[in-house]
Design a protein around this ligand. Structure first.
Ligand code: NAI
Ligand code: A1CAB
Length: 268
């Protein structure tokens, strides 16, 4: 079973690393990458063979499409003649629908759409996948198994993918933004930068682990930190006055709308 990764940037490398760590031998993985220096770097780092797009598709059972949304049309036009019925194509591009991919490939090619996120790089990714119009359960299971090597996987209806993109696809960026803001605040309060960074990062990891391990609602965990008339209540009041909760809603709506615009071919 050969897997080809077309486009080996940030997300392509996360998938490559996960797939190899999951136990698949490097000889079962092919990479196609437009930038020669990037291709050379990946061969050296992972021992995988780098070939052209069409050759990768010809030799693969499963093809992972990991280029930017605006490069997808050109890539599919380039490889369509090499694709064959029964093959599985998995697209990880934001806003690219299964119908878009199916329309550019021969009939009988199975298509799965996935929204991953960057914690895939450390095996803690979150992927949501949706089947195309002629995708069987065996193909979905194959895609699921590949993605599970980078973290957790859920199945969603394709119409929910724009919302998923807003929540978990872009989500790590919101968390990093909050972390940055807390570190800056710590520095303003007089802490050395490296101390502030360690305090914030470990607080984030600890809070995330509590959420996962206790299964408690975040509001319950927040209440346990909030002593009556205490420091946390004072801080939370300020966040409410700053309309942070309403801003999150507006921000995720903007991400959802941008994902929709990408699917109707809006240029970058
Ligand atoms: N970065 C993120 O957080 C997430 C990204 N995605 C999706 O993953 C896809 C890839 O994103 P990144 O890895 O961040 O982008 P990237 O720019 O790091 O990687 C894309 C790679 O594709 C290569 N490429 C472009 N055209 C090509 C072609 N015709 N043939 C072969 N290689 C080609 C580029 O040289 C580059 O190395 C995008 O569609 C994005 O929407 C999805 C979820 C999260
Ligand atoms: O910002 C983007 O468009 C991509 C998709 C989700 C995360 N990064």
């Amino acid at each position: 079973m050969t897997v080809a990764i077309l486009g080996a940037g940030m997300m392509g490398e996360a998938l490559l690393a996960g797939i190899l760590q999951g136990g698949r031998p490097a000889s079962d993985v092919l990479v196609a990458e437009k930038r020669p220096e990037r291709a050379a770097e990946l061969t050296e780092r992972y021992g995988v063979e780098v070939v052209g797009n069409a050759e990768a598709v010809k030799r693969a059972d499963t093809v992972l499409l990991v280029v930017k949304p605006h490069d997808m049309g050109t890539l599919l036009d380039e490889v369509a003649a090499a694709a064959r019925p029964g093959q599985l194509f998995v697209s990880l591009a934001a806003g690219i629908t299964t119908a878009f991919v199916e329309a550019r490939l021969p009939g009988g090619v199975a298509v799965v759409r996935v929204m991953p996120n960057t914690p895939a790089l450390v095996g803690e990714g979150m992927s949501a996948m949706s089947p195309g119009s002629h995708t069987g359960d065996d193909h979905l299971r194959e895609a699921e198994e590949l993605l599970r090597s980078t973290g957790r996987v859920v199945r969603v209806a394709e119409k929910q993918q724009d919302a998923v993109t807003a929540v978990s696809g872009s989500g790590p960026a919101y968390v990093f933004y909050v972390v940055e803001s807390m570190i800056e605040a710590g520095v303003h309060l007089g802490l050395p930068r490296d101390t502030a960074t360690e305090l914030v990062v470990q607080t984030l990891v600890g809070a995330a682990t509590m959420l996962r391990e206790t299964g408690e609602h975040p509001a319950v965990l927040r209440e346990r930190v909030t002593s009556p008339g205490g420091t946390t209540a004072a801080a939370l009041r300020q966040l409410e006055e700053g309309r942070v909760r309403a801003d999150f809603l507006a921000a995720l709506e903007a991400a959802r709308d941008r994902s929709r615009a990408l699917s109707s071919g809006d240029p970058v």
